[in-house]
Design a protein around this ligand. Structure first.
Ligand code: OAD
Length: 245
């Protein structure tokens, strides 16, 4: 097991996950291929402006992702993290940039989706008090897209788009500032603020480790980089921590 990932009874573990942890479940990463969907750059579909201009295009994109994600299952990396949470309880948090539900399907309970959740929708009017709600439906046509029952604005995906502030940042920073071990899995280390979390963890003296098949852009900030697919490396690294006592 890696030195950074030895977990002692007083340790608090913060796990940051990105698209790479779901790659072996069949969910494509963002920067892995050409980053295009039907000829559109993802950055041109995942913005409030794109939704204002063409809500049908944006909903077709997220409907496609919903339909695909429904068929995907957690892989051994999600499962190993869920088993570790059974041991560590509230001493462990998974903060994910992913919008899929694979951590929860694997059994993780303490999960923060900083970039939102694919299977939730909300009112697109920021001043409307309607709360995000569970929604697995797909919307292909403009006329399919529901309107908010309170204010009449269009319903949008509950996703943090480019130019928007990630969710639950206060809670995230609170956990981050108290962690003693910081593990990042499968993220390219280019999207802020998540890419800077390792710096916060280092400043407070946490041990830091990255797991993925290639160095992330911020590899130099980690004490240790473990190269390889998460579905193999994470169970290997955590085996001694999650085996029955
Ligand atoms: P990226 O697509 O940028 O990076 C995926 C990372 O996963 C890369 O570093 C790969 O090396 C790694 N990877 C690939 N296969 C892997 C495997 N089997 N095991 C482990 N790692 C693997 O995805 P993110 O960094 O998550 O934001 O992207 C961050 C954010 O950018 C996303 O949440 C999304 C996107 O724009 C929003 O939608 C707001």
């Amino acid at each position: 097991m890696s030195a950074a990932m030895e977990i002692l009874p007083q340790d608090r573990l913060f796990v940051l996950t990105g698209a790479g942890i779901s790659a072996e479940s069949g969910i494509p990463t963002f920067r892995g291929q050409d980053g295009l969907w039907e000829g559109h750059r993802i950055e041109d579909v995942a913005t409030p402006r794109a939704f204002a201009l063409d809500p049908q295009l944006v909903w077709r994109f997220y409907s496609m992702r919903r339909a695909h994600a429904l068929k995907c299952k957690p892989n051994p990396a999600h499962v190993a993290l869920a088993q570790l949470e059974e041991k560590l309880g509230e001493r462990m948090l998974v903060c994910t940039q992913n919008v899929d539900s694979l951590h929860e399907l694997a059994g993780s309970k303490c999960v923060i989706h900083m970039h939102g959740e694919l299977f939730k929708s909300r009112c697109s009017n920021a001043r409307c008090a309607t709360k995000p709600f569970d929604d697995v439906k797909t919307y292909q046509n403009r006329s399919d897209i529901p309107a908010c029952t309170r204010c009449g604005a269009l319903i949008r995906p509950h996703i943090c788009w480019f130019g928007e502030i990630p969710f639950r940042m206060d809670e995230i920073l609170d956990h981050l500032q108290r962690c003693t071990v910081f593990l990042t899995v499968g993220t390219s280390g280019v999207v802020q603020p998540a890419a800077s979390f390792v710096e916060v963890a280092r400043q407070i003296g946490a041990r830091t480790c990255y797991v993925g098949p290639e160095n992330p852009a911020n590899a130099g900030a980690f004490d240790e980089v473990v190269l390889g697919p998460a579905g193999e490396r994470i169970p290997e690294m955590l085996r001694s921590l999650i085996k029955p006592a």
